[in-house]
Structure formats: C-alpha cells, structure tokens
Design a protein. Structure first.
Lengths: 577, 196
C-alpha cells in the first residue's frame, strides 16, 4: 500500500461527491421535461424521435403499461442483437472476416447486453466484427442503460406521487435519457480517451515486425466510442477479452481513474436526482452516504489484501505485491480501485485479472455484487434496488419499535413488503441454484479452469455476476471457447454455461425490475401522513447505519456459506492446489 | 396496445441502431482521425520509416540480452488475442510458473550483478500481466536489467539509467499509478545511441 494509492481513492470519492449534485440536478431537469441547454441543439431531434416512436402526444402510463413497454422494447432489442450476431458474416465492416458466433454464444451475448450485464464468454478481438461491436454491442450498451434509467425515474415518480397512478411515458423517458444524459457523456468520454491513447479506427488489423524481428498483429477497431459508453452505462463490456487491462482500452493511470469514476458516476448522480424528485435532498444524500461508505469499506479490505504476495508467489519465494494479472501502469491501487468500482457499480469493467486476486481480495468483488448491486449498482437499477432495501430497513425498524412503517410519509403495507421480500430473495436464489447445478454436473464442471477451491469460486462468481447483471468475471471460467485462439481450433465450448448464464441474466434483470415497478405502482398516489414527533426519519445518519446493516446482514446470511467454500478458504490457507 | 408498443419498439430499435451504432461511432472516428490521428491509429512507433510496434503495446524481446525485457505474458505477447493467466492465488501451476520465471530471470541477470538474490527480484518481473502485452516494467526491474544492458552494449551504467529515467512514465506526476518504464522506447533509444 502507498499513500498515493489512498490519495487516488480519496480523489475518486471527492470528485464523485462534487459531481453527484451537479449531474443529479441536471438529470432531474431532463426528466421533468425542462428545457436544458443541450435542447437548443438536440431539441428538434428529440421531438422528431419521440414523434416517430410514440406519436405526437405520448400519454402517461401506469406501472403496468410502463412495464409492458419496457418488456416489449427489451424483447425487440434482444432479437435485434441476436440477429446481428448470428448474421455477422454477411455484414460490412468485418475486416478480419470473422464468422458468425454459434447460437448458444449469441444467446448468452444478446441476453448479456440487453440485461445491461456485459458478461462476455467471447474475446471481442477474436470473435466480433467492427459492425457487431458498433451496431450490436455499443448500441445495446446505450439502450439497456437508458431502459434502466427510465424505469428508475418512473419508480421514483411512483414514490413521490401524492395523487394519481401515472409514472410518465416510457418512450419519452427512454429518448430523453439517451439524448441528454448518455450520448453527451459518451461523446466527451470517448474523445478524451482517444486523446490519451485509446484507439478509434476502422482499419482492421495492423501486422508489424517487432524490434527483434518477431511478428505482431495489432487488432485495431472502434474502441474508444465503445469503451466510453461501456463504462458509463454499467454495461462494462470490453472490446478486447481482457477489458481495460488492454492498453488500447485504458492507456494510463489517469484514464483508469476516469473510467473507474465513470462506472459510478450516473448511479451516484441518481441519488441526488432522487432527493430532488421526492422533495427532500437529504434523502438522496443519505443513500449516497450509504453507497460511499460501503465502497470505501470494500477498498479498505481489497487494497491491503492485494498488497501482499499470493500463496503461489510466497511458495516460489517471491516477495512484493500480488502482480499476477495486473498491469504495471495501474499496479495494485489502480487495479483494485477499478475492480471495486466495477463490481460495486453494475458495470463490471476491470483492468486486472480478478481470477488471480488473493482469496480475500477476490471475495470483495463478489461481496460487492452479492449486496444485490446496490452500492451504486447499475444505471437506474442500482437506485431502485437500493429503494427496495430502504423499504426493508424501514420495515425492520418499524417492527423493532412497534410502529407502522412509513417512508416519505407513505404507509408501507403488506403488498409492498411482500414484493420487497420477493425482490430480496429472487436473485440470490438464482445465484445459489445455478451455482449448485453447475458444480454438481459433469457439463457444469467443464467450465472450470482452476483446480481446488478456486474452481468453485469461478463458478460462484460467474452466476453471481450474471444474475446481478454485473458482467465482471473470474475469467478462467469458460463457456464458448475461442475458435481462433491457439490450440482451440474447432472447439465448441460449453453450451450449458452459455444458456444457464443467459437465463440468469434475463431473470436477474427483469424480475426485480418488475417487482420494483409494482412497488412504485402501489405507492403512487398513496395518501401521505403528516410527519410528527413519532415519525422515524430516513434522512439521518442513524437510518443510514441501519440501512448498511440491513444490506450487509441480508447478503451475509445468504452468501457466507458459499463464500466459505471458495474465496475465504483460500484466504485462510497457504496451501496450493 | 401490445401491437402499438411492438411497432414503437421496432421503430425505436431501427432508428437508434442507425443513430448510436453508426452515427455516433463514425462521428467519433472522424473527429479522432482529424484531431488525434496518432493515438486513434494505435500510437505506432517507427524506425527508419518502418513500423516496429506501438508505444502502448508490449512486445517480446526474445531474451536478447542487449535489450530490456518486458514482463512475462500469458498470451505470447499477442495483442490480437489478449489474455491473462487467470491462475488463482493458490494455484500450484502458477507457483511453478513463477518459480521457472524466477530462475530464468536470475540466470539472465546474475552474471552482471553477483549480489542479486531471489529476494531482490521485483514481483512484476516474474508475474504475467493482465493484458499479456503490458508495455511497462517497474523501476526496480529496470535498475536490475540496466546493469546487463550496459555491460553487453559497453555503455556506462549511468548512461543507461539516464535513458531509463527519460522513458519513465508517471501519470499526473506519479499520483495515479506507479512509475512505469516504456520498454520499447528505452530499447529504441539504446539502439539510437549505438547509431550515433
């Protein structure tokens, strides 16, 4: 550990805290329908797009109508991406002449990007054409994030509504979010990345002869435009198999910090948007505080853990920090920071190989995801996931003091609590069930790369990441096997992992989303009670602490037994496997 | 209502795919090629008019003792098929690989630095990078390798160390990430010395 490393972490939190109210206020104005500055340029495009998609006067929707639009749109997105991938060989902009990926990989990948996950069983530079990267991956990073954003805004409207059941119009929210929030940030982000060394070209491969006369092929492509939206959208996919460890995706320590910041930027800002929408900014700050403290807590365990040699290094009598799978320009601080922000947010971008993290260091990204992706979480999904946890905390506190639980002046009743409880258990159930299935079958075990407890960790990580829509990986775990990779020619991969993972991603995305929309529908228009001396305040430090405890206890009770079998056993032993 | 939503969805996906999948990346490509064409095309490095690599991508110097060596790679230094080893922290195989790399390293450097022991070897020199094409090495590794390079090239150690520090990158005055030595740049500079 170095002082510089902690300074870097502090810098990220300081910048994030400063940007949260600025961007949060802006997002609030965008979705209120105020005329923001960018509307001067994009206003005509916005009106034309909305007219084209939703008609001249889009009507307000209740939660069921909003949910219907969301599901139908996502289904069409899924089909579009699946078809683009399966017909890759006939599209233009395929300088390397890649074949179309097989159906099981295309299913997994389409599910992955439509559910805002970005789990990748393929290596981009060996599998996807420039066309697929642009019209497929890049587009659905935008769209899935815009869906999450729109749904979160609709849910908050439900929490805030004092009368009526209308949550807004999905199409208007979708297009406003794309044009005024995601697109401008992506343009600025990608141009900055290029200026720092990230590449942006359609030239295809560049074959060179190295200094000592060897051959090297530089796989070039439209990387920066995809990377920028990948880190902003909580999609987190990589143009290359190793994601941001590849210098073309993340050239310097500065870009690494910036990318880490971008993964948490919109989810953090949404807490402020939330506070404004419900008319009490302190409510937003309370959520932000919970997220920031939990992020710092994760760093406080992961950073020291990675600053020690792994048992494998120790056995070879090598000292120093755990550099296996890490890049020199980031070393431990930058690599760990990206791992923690990438998993605390729903993004999943990494700039190091998490599979080679130490036992304790590697359990942190897993624990981040096991909270249900509420420590910032995904764009939109982080906020509504957190709101479900808030209701749970309010309910538990209400039980403890024997009072009817209420939040924002609204009574939390049986309907809401049933939905919230279902939301809290459905994703963990998927994770544990899929993990158990995968490790108890021959076809499930075929995906495992490492021997010993790490093999279990890889499996647990895979289904935790996919069901929680994160997308990072202990990347030894294989599904589809690269056809172009040396020694793998003709291999077909593990269909089970592709399908089970794809299913986990779709259920993990849309079931909690529907439950949260239903909660919002139930709360919308509920009579508010005037707060009095007996009202439990939810914008205080005490409530924030209670919320942290609730999130941690739910995650621990669910997952500690599984964690004990994998990463924690490795943290406790020096044995090699 | 369902049919109406379906129509809206199809229109939205088609229009937005054109806008975000072609319009946006092509516009960024256009602007990048004009403003930052060096970076946008891979920060390539030329010698005698021939491209010999990218300043961002590590390459294999094949153990040639006149050159600084890059970090170990799990992908054979292939930037078109990037990979880390993905071996776990308690992996026997990883431990064996680290031990083998350590032996190679000591065999290469000890003749020029008799006092060098395993305990002196920095971690980055015997561990595989995250991308397989890490272009950089640590200051500690460069200091050790400098003795060999200086001896083989019959150069004063000070000259080699000066070149090393000239090609040390530190992001934002070293605050974001440790000092990292661009191996290809140092090696090109060394060859440039010989030509003078």
């Amino acid at each position: 550990m170095t002082a510089g490393g902690w300074l870097e972490i502090g810098a990220l939190l300081a910048v994030l805290t400063a940007l949260t109210p600025l961007l949060g206020g802006y997002i609030d104005r965008v979705f209120r329908g105020d005329r923001v500055l960018l509307a001067r340029v994009l206003g005509p495009a916005e009106r034309r797009l909305i007219g084209l998609v939703a008609g001249r006067e889009p009507a307000g929707q209740d939660w069921k109508q909003y949910a219907t639009s969301t599901l139908i749109f996502s289904a069409v997105c899924f089909l579009a991406l699946y078809v683009i991938l399966r017909t890759q060989s006939i599209h233009p902009l395929n300088p390397q002449g890649f074949r179309s990926p097989p159906w099981d990989l295309a299913f997994n990948t389409a599910a992955s990007f439509v559910s805002n996950t970005s789990w990748q069983f393929y290596g981009g530079e060996t599998t996807l054409s420039d066309f697929s990267q642009m019209a497929g991956i890049t587009v659905h990073s935008f769209l899935s994030a815009a869906v999450g954003l729109a749904v979160a805004i609709a849910i908050v409207r439900g929490f805030a509504n004092r009368s009526g059941k209308l949550l807004g119009n999905f199409w208007v929210d979708l297009i406003r979010g794309l044009l005024y929030v995601l697109l401008p940030l992506a343009v600025v982000g990608s141009l900055f990345l290029v200026s720092q060394g990230s590449i942006q070209t359609l030239a295809g491969d560049l074959h060179i002869s190295t200094l000592v006369g060897g051959d090297q092929t530089l796989a070039l492509g439209p990387v920066a435009s995809e990377k920028a939206i990948n880190v902003l959208s909580s999609d987190g996919g990589g143009f290359y198999a190793v994601n941001s460890a590849m210098p073309f995706e993340d050239p310097t320590g500065l870009t690494n910090l910036l990318e880490a910041l971008m993964t948490v930027l919109i989810p953090a800002a949404l807490t402020s948007t939330y506070g404004r929408m419900v008319g009490n900014r302190r409510q937003g700050w309370a959520l932000y505080g919970v997220m920031a403290v939990m992020l710092l807590g994760a760093m406080a365990v992961a950073y020291p853990s990675e600053s020690l040699p792994s048992p494998a290094m120790h056995a070879a009598a090598v000292n120093g920090v755990n550099m296996e799978g890490k890049e020199q320009r980031f070393a431990v601080a930058g690599s760990t920071l990206m791992a923690v922000t990438g998993t605390a947010s729903g993004d999943g971008t990494t700039s190091a190989a998490l599979d080679s993290f130490t036992g304790l260091g590697g359990s942190i990204p897993m624990a981040d995801m096991m909270t249900g992706e509420v420590i910032f979480g995904g764009v939109g999904s982080g906020l509504f996931g957190m709101l479900l946890m808030v209701l749970l905390a309010v309910f538990i506190a209400g039980l403890m003091v024997g009072r009817t639980p209420e939040y924002l002046g609204k009574r939390i009743e049986a309907t809401e609590i049933k939905l919230v409880t279902l939301g809290a258990i459905v994703v963990p159930l998927i994770v544990l069930f899929m993990t158990a299935w995968a490790i108890s079958t021959r076809y499930g075990l075929r995906s495992i790369f490492n021997a010993g407890p790490q093999g279990f960790s890889e499996t647990l990580y895979a289904y935790t990441s996919q069901a929680n829509n994160n997308g990072s990986a202990f990347a030894g775990y294989v599904g589809f096997v690269q056809p172009h990779a040396p020694g793998n020619a003709g291999a077909t991969g593990v269909t089970f992992a592709d399908l089970a993972g794809g299913g986990a991603m779709l259920f993990g995305r849309f079931v909690p989303m529907l439950l949260a929309l239903a909660v919002a529908g139930s709360l919308s228009g509920k009579r508010t009670i005037v707060s009095g001396a007996g009202t439990m305040r939810t914008d205080t430090v005490i409530f924030a602490a209670l919320l942290i405890a609730t999130i941690s206890i739910v995650a621990l009770l669910t997952f500690v037994p599984a964690l004990m079998l994998g990463p924690l056993v490795q943290a406790l032993t020096g044995r090699l496997f | 209502m369902i049919l109406g939503q379906l129509r809206s969805s199809v229109v939205a996906v088609v229009v937005l795919t054109v806008l975000l999948g072609l319009g946006y990346p092509l516009a960024i490509t256009g602007v990048s090629q004009v403003l930052w064409s060096h970076q946008a095309n891979g920060s390539t490095v030329q010698r005698d008019g021939r491209t010999v690599g990218s300043s961002l991508i590590g390459q294999d110097f094949g153990g040639n003792p006149a050159y600084f060596q890059t970090r170990p790679s799990a992908s054979g230094y292939d930037p078109a098929n990037t990979a880390a080893s993905n071996l776990g922290p308690n992996s026997k195989r990883l431990s064996d690989e680290i031990l083998a790399r350590l032996r190679v390293y000591l065999r290469r450097e000890q003749p020029y630095d008799a006092g060098l022991t395993a305990a002196d070897v920095p971690a980055d020199a015997v561990t595989a990078s995250g991308s397989g094409v890490d272009p950089d090495i640590s200051v500690a590794d460069a200091r050790i390798q400098a003795r060999r390079v200086a001896a083989i090239r019959h150069l004063p150690l000070g000259t080699v160390l000066r070149l090393v520090s000239e090609h040390t990158n530190s992001s934002v005055a070293g605050l974001l990430g440790p000092a990292a030595i661009d191996v290809l740049a140092v090696n090109l500079a060394l060859d440039g010395l010989g030509a003078r």
